[in-house]
Design a protein around this ligand. Structure first.
Ligand SMILES: O=C(O)CC[C@@H](O)C(=O)O
Ligand SMILES: [Zn+2]
Length: 524
């Protein structure tokens, strides 16, 4: 049952069978639903976490029309039984997953087809009614919730898989398909989604594409700018832009679909996508390792890139503070001893025993060189999921602390941990935790600070310091979460003024009345 590890890997501990199985249901603790599932329909209350007006008092409502009875009649006729207005149903659409942005939308529309989306947008554009497209509402920058009273256009009912070409591995589907549902559908056909993330159980593919979500396997499968072959989107005017190609090659001028990938619903609402899916690997292995410092983490990554080469499918890291957070707040168990840093390595290949041999050889070498101190390899699917749960559930664990200051930074690898150590010094005992983890394989640091409640002084110690530092080392202030509402004013730290000007011009061209996801992405 247990694969034998070599002498050099002497500290290897067997993975205990975890008491905790990764929870997949929404939980409501202290009035806050914490798993990265959406909380539509669950009884969440905000209480003291109602922070939009506290943190963003400078943001003023734009000059949009307000909803009239005539408007409501129009939408009810267009979408019978698919217009939500009951206040008890609206909370889940008005509040973001982080529970730091709360809008006050009075209406949620649930279209099923592209032409219904086109009708909605045409009407809203003529009436100057602002809208916010929303998928699973799992975003981390307040991009998918209204800021004021924007009408929510939910993709919940746009969940049809349109076609699958099993030979080329191209799936075409509506934007409201849940990522995990798509992946399960593909699994039956020996294919997989090229994207995986903690929120997979509730995020919608349209939201993934609109935010250019990165996730856990970007190292292996690249970004959605490469995997998405086609996009169908509806512009503010109601015009449908059909770029839903399923071609690998198409050089007929501007690649317009790219404009909808990562523009967070500000240029058009994505209604369908076409995605190139890789073959599902036959053998997957996951190892969880302990290292003494960030230099050793980098050496581990370098070594595994060399020794595991094309079978390496993920290389993630988390620090001891992340581990403490999930131990204390989620009661998860560390399968090895305590180390300053932990590395999760995943291989995905076509030959089980060959892959295992390679992984064991890598572990022997890493331990032999003294780079890795300790580790464990998952022996079955449950153990694999449990190891992944340690990494994927940190975001959830952090919310239990109270208020979470969240930063998603792309950095040159050698610089990745500098800011964490610096910030620990800077913040000292003023905060509950300083936590860092992320995608070592693609240079993406998730830096998080928590305090029992929102604390302006702490925020002032973090910002703009962290952004200025990121800018100086030519990093990006948003690696994969987007800018949404919360980060839009930080764009200038990563994009030069002329680039921002061009974005503003594009926005005006695509959406002259500014009705599409206002207050997001583009700075004021
Ligand atoms: O919570 C975060 O900071 C990151 C969330 C997500 O991108 C992850 O990689 O787990
Ligand atoms: Zn991430």
């Amino acid at each position: 049952m247990k694969r034998v590890c070599t002498r050099q890997f002497r500290n290897l501990t067997r993975l205990r069978s975890f008491g905790e199985v990764r929870e997949k249901i929404s939980r409501s603790i202290n009035h806050v639903c914490l798993s990265r599932r959406s909380f539509h329909g669950s009884a969440c209350r905000l209480g003291e976490l109602e922070l939009t007006s506290v943190r963003y008092p400078h943001v003023q409502r734009g000059k949009y029309a307000t909803l009239t009875e005539k408007d409501v009649d129009f939408f009810q006729k267009l979408l019978p039984q698919r217009v939500l207005q009951d206040p008890s149903e609206l909370d889940g659409y008005n509040i973001d997953w982080m529970r730091t942005v709360r809008g006050n939308s009075q209406m949620v529309l649930r279209p099923k087809t592209t032409s219904e989306v086109a009708e909605i947008l045409k009407y809203c554009n003529e009436r100057h009614l602002a809208v916010v497209p929303q998928g699973g509402n799992t975003g981390l920058v307040g991009g998918s919730v209204p800021v004021f009273d924007e009408i929510v256009i939910s993709t919940q009912l746009m969940n049809q898989i349109i076609s699958l070409d099993e030979v080329s591995g191209i799936v075409v589907c509506q934007s409201g398909c849940i990522l995990e549902t798509l992946d399960n559908y593909l699994a039956e056909r020996e294919l997989m989604m090229p994207l995986d993330l903690g929120a997979k159980g509730s995020c919608h593919i349209g939201g993934n594409v609109s935010t250019n979500a990165g996730g856990l396997r970007l190292l292996r499968y690249g970004s959605l700018h490469g995997s998405v072959l086609g996009v169908e989107a509806v512009l503010a005017s109601g015009e449908i832009v059909d770029c839903l190609s399923s071609l690998r090659k198409d050089n007929t001028g501007y690649d317009l679909k790219q404009l909808f990938i990562g523009s967070e619903g500000t240029l058009g609402m994505v209604t369908s996508v076409s995605i190139l899916c890789p073959r599902r690997p036959k053998a997957v292995n996951v190892a969880f390792l302990g290292v003494e410092n960030f230099e050793a983490a980098l050496q581990t990554f370098q070594l595994c890139k060399g020794m595991l080469a094309e079978i390496l499918s993920a290389c993630e890291f988390m620090d001891q503070e992340s581990m403490q957070c999930i131990q204390e707040n989620l009661k998860l168990t560390n399968p090895i001893k305590s180390y300053p840093l932990y590395i999760l390595i995943e291989t995905s290949g076509s030959h089980g025993s060959h892959d295992e041999e390679k992984l064991n050889a890598f572990l022997e070498a890493a331990m032999g060189k003294g780079i890795v101190q300790d580790g464990t390899i998952a022996m079955d699917v449950t153990q694999r999921q449990n190891i992944w749960g340690l990494r994927e559930r940190i975001a959830e664990g952090l919310l239990h602390d109270g208020y979470n200051y969240k930063y998603d930074i792309s950095l040159p690898l050698p610089k990745l941990y500098e800011i964490v150590e610096d910030m620990r010094q800077r913040l000292g005992s003023k905060v509950t935790r300083v936590v860092s983890y992320g995608h070592l394989g693609d240079g993406n640091l998730h830096f998080n600070v928590t305090t029992p409640e929102y604390n302006k002084e702490v925020l002032g110690l973090i910002e703009p310091y962290i952004y200025e530092w990121t800018s100086q080392v030519r990093g990006s202030v948003s690696a994969e979460h987007g800018l949404g509402f919360k980060k839009r004013d930080c764009i200038r730290y990563s994009k030069e003024p002329n680039a921002v000007k061009m974005m503003v011009k594009m926005k005006k061209l695509f959406d002259p009345n500014g009705i599409l996801n206002p207050y997001k992405t583009i700075p004021l």
